[in-house]
Write a protein that binds this ligand. Structure first.
Ligand SMILES: Cc1ncc(C[n+]2csc(CCOP(=O)(O)OP(=O)(O)O)c2C)c(N)n1
Ligand SMILES: [Mg+2]
Length: 283
């Protein structure tokens, strides 16, 4: 299959070596494949926030919506509810999704709305030049923490599992093949899916060698098993030598928010129609 030309006229302004290039390439391949498999591109909408990651929608010739910082999730949810037949893919930074937008993410997971969230988790505020985020490690020295952070990082996948997310995965920006696989599986999953991408920020937090030494792909893991998922998600405890599992941690088919919501709307409309017919007949 020859990949679609999904490029745009926009000049790319990411730093050389930025992990966002891998995310862009992976999503381009996945969108091309989905298109070849029968999903029209006009049935896909991309949503982004504000940050380096957000520029990804400038570089993809697919319908998209540039939202506010921290508001990728509610914008994606609104689009999905207005047009349930389309695939909505949100691209958010770790600052965007796990900081300012965290509450939205928890509730989207809780209601299992069928959107895909791809988190460019570089563990730093890239665009605003290097402040710490909820996933920065203890002691991280950035523009706002020259003496190092004094707090432990959040484990976003553990929080998402507890919130009710029905698909959870992790990739890195230098494991291109795995990234494509988990993006595709997440997009095809019916329900709330989130892929946490350990993305290298070449300028402010270059973890390239560290990730290369510590990551491994899940093998023989049962993603239907919530306990197994939790223990694999918790395995990376942010200590220096801790292994970091990659792949699909959790996957469960449960009714989606739009199925429940629109099903109820349909029932309400049917009841209204019955009442109206009764009133008409008896007047
Ligand atoms: C409502 C709002 N809050 C804060 C900001 C400032 N701001 C813009 S980008 C950004 C950080 C982006 O970090 P992240 O989401 O991790 O994305 P990255 O640049 O690392 O890809 C912040 C705090 C803003 N533009 N709007
Ligand atoms: Mg970031």
């Amino acid at each position: 299959m020859s990949p679609l030309n999904l490029g745009t006229y926009a000049a790319n302004t990411w730093c050389p070596g930025c992990g966002n290039f891998a995310i862009l390439n992976a999503i381009k391949t996945v969108l091309s494949e989905l298109n070849a498999e029968g999903v029209p591109l006009e049935n896909i909408v991309l949503v982004s926030g504000i940050g380096c990651h957000a520029k990804i929608v400038d570089y993809l010739n697919v319908n998209s919506f540039y939202s506010l910082h921290g508001r990728v999730t509610p914008a994606a949810e609104g689009i999905k509810l207005a047009k349930p037949g389309i695939k909505v893919i949100g691209f958010a930074g770790d600052g965007d999704a796990y900081g300012e937008g965290l509450e939205h993410l928890i509730f989207a997971a809780k209601r299992n709305i069928d959107i895909t969230m791809i988190i460019h988790n570089n563990r730093v505020y890239g665009l605003t030049t290097g402040q710490y985020t909820p996933t920065s490690p203890l002691g991280f020295k950035g523009r706002s923490t020259p003496g190092g952070t004094k707090e432990l990082p959040l484990n976003p996948l553990e929080l998402m599992l507890a919130s009710g997310a029905s698909f959870l995965a992790r990739g890195t920006s230098h494991g291109a093949e795995l990234l494509k696989q988990v993006f595709k599986a997440a997009i095809l999953h019916k329900g709330f899916s989130l892929v946490d991408v350990l993305q290298v920020c070449f300028t402010y937090f270059n973890m390239y060698e560290y990730y290369d030494k510590h990551v491994y792909e899940l093998k023989g893991h049962d993603p239907q098993d919530r306990q197994q998922a939790l223990s694999k998600i918790r395995e990376w405890d942010y200590n220096a030598d801790s292994p970091i599992a990659l792949g699909v941690f959790y996957k469960k088919e449960i009714p989606t928010f739009e199925q429940n919501f629109l099903g109820r709307e349909k029932k309400a409309a049917e009841t209204d129609a019955k009442i109206n017919a009764f009133l008409k007949a008896s007047s």
